[in-house]
Design a protein around this ligand. Structure first.
Ligand SMILES: C[S@@+](CC[C@H](N)C(=O)[O-])C[C@H]1O[C@@H](n2cnc3c(N)ncnc32)[C@H](O)[C@@H]1O
Length: 219
């Protein structure tokens, strides 16, 4: 059982894309946050980001399918410093925002380090954040309603990123370094045990073929 679980965890981690992320600007409805995290997990987002809404972070609900266990969400107080941090790390920040410079989301190259900026349910992406972003992108709309639900917009763009990255072979070999992959494998397989090792500041034990902890420490 543990061996199968470990194999699945290693497979999933070997598909994680540390160069693909989302930044949610005050998305405040639990089902939207939950659905977005679930799509992030599905395409292999390694870490997601969120600017905390005025009323506080929403909780997750069943819509997430427990994706929050597999995709850490880093919280930010404000949008502009978060955008600048991502840009300083080499990410292009794409604001999903209708503006004069907005282009069809399919025109962008998602094999580059990319962070998709998504706006609040009612207000969308703020003007300042849209201007600070490297590009503004839209999903063309042909219907009577002006916009999509934010989680649907997130999924649409993330799966375009996945399509391009699959074609570029970016899921063929792990993008995480081997040490991080093994550390996370242990944490995902034994979350409570990992907590104990962290509290004691001790290295995790290595795992045998069956996924059982060995006496010797990892690495
Ligand atoms: C319901 S929409 C916000 C509508 C808001 N009134 C506005 O003008 O932006 C919530 C979020 O979903 C995303 N979104 C919805 N429809 C989109 C579309 N057609 N293209 C790109 N992003 C979209 C954007 O991130 C947007 O901020």
């Amino acid at each position: 059982m543990k061996a199968e679980r470990l194999a699945k965890i290693r497979r999933v981690l070997s598909h994680r894309q540390p160069t693909l992320s989302v930044l949610l600007e005050e998305v405040h409805k639990p089902h939207n946050l939950s659905a977005i995290l679930r799509s992030c997990d599905a395409v292999g987002v390694f870490e997601a980001h969120a600017v905390v809404p005025k009323g506080g972070m929403p909780t997750y609900n069943a819509t997430s399918g427990s994706a929050e266990k597999w995709v850490p969400l880093r919280l930010h107080r404000e949008a502009l410093p978060a955008i600048r941090e991502m840009q300083a790390r080499g990410f292009q920040v794409l604001a999903t925002h209708l503006s004069e410079r907005a282009v069809d989301y399919r025109e962008l190259d998602y094999t580059r380090p990319t962070c998709v900026l998504l706006g609040a349910e009612k207000w969308g992406v703020s003007q300042a954040a849209a201007e600070a972003a490297d590009a503004n992108v839209i999903i063309p709309m042909m219907g009577m309603v002006q916009s999509l639900n934010v989680s649907v917009a997130a999924a649409t763009i993330l799966f375009e990123a996945q399509r391009q990255r699959l074609r570029a072979g970016m899921y063929d070999a792990p993008q995480l370094d081997p040490e991080t992959l093994e550390l996370l494998s242990f944490e995902w397989l034994y979350p409570e045990l990992a907590e104990i090792y962290r509290e004691r500041s001790e290295p995790y034990p290595a795992l045998d073929e069956q996924g059982m902890p060995l006496e010797r420490p990892l690495s």
